[in-house]
Design a protein around this ligand. Sequence first.
Ligand code: A3P
Length: 297
Amino acid sequence: MLADDSGNYLIKFHGFWFTPFFLQATEELLKHFKPLPNDVILASFPKTGTTWLKSLLYYIVNRSSIDQLTRSNPHKLVPQLELQVYGPHATSPPPFPSPDTSSSNRIFGTHLPYQIIGETVYTSDCRVVYVARNPKDTLVSMWHFVNTLEMFKTFPWPLEDFVDNFCKGHIAFGPYYDDVLGYHKESMERPKKFFFITYEELKRDPKTHVTKLAEFLGYPFDNEEQVEEVVRSSSIETLRNHEVNKSTDSFSFFEFPHNSYFRKGQVGDHKNYLTKDMINRIDTITREKFQGSILNH
Ligand code: A3P
């Protein structure tokens, strides 16, 4: 057991660190969650582009009700399994979203690593989309995010300490590297079931990757205009301008304000925050763990 700088305890479970809250929800999920064949599960490490992918997936799957995303935060429309569906603060208890689960196309998010949720999804025909992001931008994004919490307003979590925790894997859902590796391996072995995309690829060429994603999910686009509309409607510039996403209110199920999910949305922002030593330390670990094969950033 460890205590992080917020005073929360982290507990190790199958090689990953959890706050007691998420551990309780995870245990419930593992007992009860039975994915349906049409389900889409978006897996991600926190701060790697979950909100963006939730918006894209929602648009791809629900073409007829896309204006929902102008009124609701993507996290409301695509619930997180270990937060909104299972656990102490569940707001969308299963079956979600309707009891007629046989015909529905449900989309869920999860931060659970494949090493933990793997058996649950393995036995189902559901599809899994995983988004990965370069570790330095993930770290900086996460550091900003946690510091938006009320409890850090007076004494923000120092970046040096956060880098140290990230490198050691001592953060909620960490280690980051094992999470990426778990899903990457599965996507190599079973590409029909797993779609592995990086935040950076999606930024570089959203139209190509969104087209591939829609084909993978079985919802191909009819023409290029549709792809352009989905890309435009899911961009950070569009999403952050919806009233609901400008709000500083937080969800009933989580204490982060709505607007904290839309910060800069840039590749390489870590250069504005990390020192050379920090970058060297992270790059060394990244080379060791990924051996040049996954994220070359
Ligand atoms: P930054 O903090 O680097 O700006 P998550 O959704 O997994 O919590 O990740 C949040 C990160 O994704 C933040 O990164 C946020 O700004 C960025 N983001 C949110 N919506 C986005 C979008 N539609 N397009 C690109 N990036 C987005």
